[in-house]
Ligand binder design. Structure first.
Ligand code: BV8
Ligand code: ZN
Length: 254
């Protein structure tokens, strides 16, 4: 018995424009820990305490090591059936945009093309001074020295940081506009695996709802915005999404 309504299937099958917002819960079944669920990324610290400029400047070696640790985890993961279902959905719908808060690149790896990364991508790094891109591995402090120095730019000696959006930082130019345009024109929006506490991302589903889209969330528990949406599908992204997209394909074949 699927956990989603016939209405959701029919609206998706009939839609010429669909938007999807994803959060860390979309990557959980690929083995990447979420931020706010129990067993978080690095038990001793909260993301909010590390993912900001102040923390980075106060202790660049610690923040670089945290991101290097997360890069290592992400490099060993791959997309799951839910990611692949979203890649299939993109090919079924005339106009489709995938808006993600995730920084792991798994949607692109699964084959989605119209992807907007609201919070950057952890596998890219750059110099805070001259902005020169640093190759991926460039966040790993050298383990040899017992007093590890922060990783610095080969060109100018500036500190190297991950190419992600920290709290208090503006999102990448154009990203919010693309996401808001997709929300403004879609007939259906799916919000998958996000607790919907971080803005402006959490405002995207509500924007879609305000212009008349059918908005459903897929989560293992209701998010902070569940009450403002049309439907909450309780279940895991890796299980619900393949079932949902299969049901949408079947409507087409009747
Ligand atoms: C900005 C990148 C302005 C780094 C991240 C007070 C009120 C409202 C807003 C604010 C406020 N004070 C400050 C703000 C703004 C602030 C904000 O929203 N703060 C919140 C915490 C209150 N926002 C910002 O600072 C943003 N910038 O506003 O700038 C500005 C404008 C112009 C010029 C200058 C400045 C920047 C926000 C970006 C922060 N960066 N990450 C990194 O990755 O290290 S945020 C971080 O949280 C991740 O990106 C993550 O994606 C995001 C949201 O978390 P979720 O993805 O939802 O993940 P979470 O763990 O929370 O939840 C997981 C969900 O999955 C749960 O619901 C769970 O039930 C579900 N789940 C688990 N398993 C599964 C599942 N679902 C399905 N299947 C499963 N298997
Ligand atoms: Zn530099």
């Amino acid at each position: 018995m699927p956990s989603f309504s016939d209405t959701l299937v029919e609206r998706l099958a009939a839609a010429s424009s669909v938007a999807v917002l994803t959060g860390a819960g979309m990557s959980a079944e690929s083995g990447i820990a979420t931020f706010r669920d129990p067993g978080g990324l690095w038990d001793r610290f909260k993301p909010e305490e590390l993912a900001n400029v102040r923390a980075f400047l106060d202790n660049p070696t610690l923040v670089q090591a945290w991101y290097a640790h997360r890069q290592e985890i992400i490099r060993s993961t791959e997309p799951h059936a839910g990611h692949r279902a979203l890649a299939k959905l993109e090919r079924l719908v005339p106009r489709f945009r995938l808006i993600t808060q995730n920084v792991d690149g798994l949607h692109q790896q699964a084959g989605n093309e119209a992807v907007t990364e609201l919070h950057g991508n952890i596998l890219r790094a750059y110099c805070v001074d001259c902005k020169a891109p640093a190759e991926e591995s460039h966040l790993t402090p050298d383990r040899e020295s017992d007093e590890p120095e922060p990783v610095r730019c080969a060109a100018c000696g500036g500190l190297v940081r991950p190419d992600v959006v920290w709290f208090g930082e503006a999102l990448p130019p154009g990203a919010v506009e693309k996401a808001e345009a997709a929300a403004a024109h879609c007939e259906v929006l799916l919000s998958v695996g996000t607790s919907a506490v971080v803005y402006p991302a959490a405002g995207i589903p509500v924007l879609a709802k305000a212009q008349g889209a059918y908005v459903a969330e897929i989560n293992i528990e209701p998010s902070a915005i569940a009450g403002e949406l049309d439907e909450t599908v309780i279940g895991k992204a890796g299980e619900v999404l393949p079932e949902l997209v299969e049901a949408v394909r079947n409507v087409g074949s009747h």
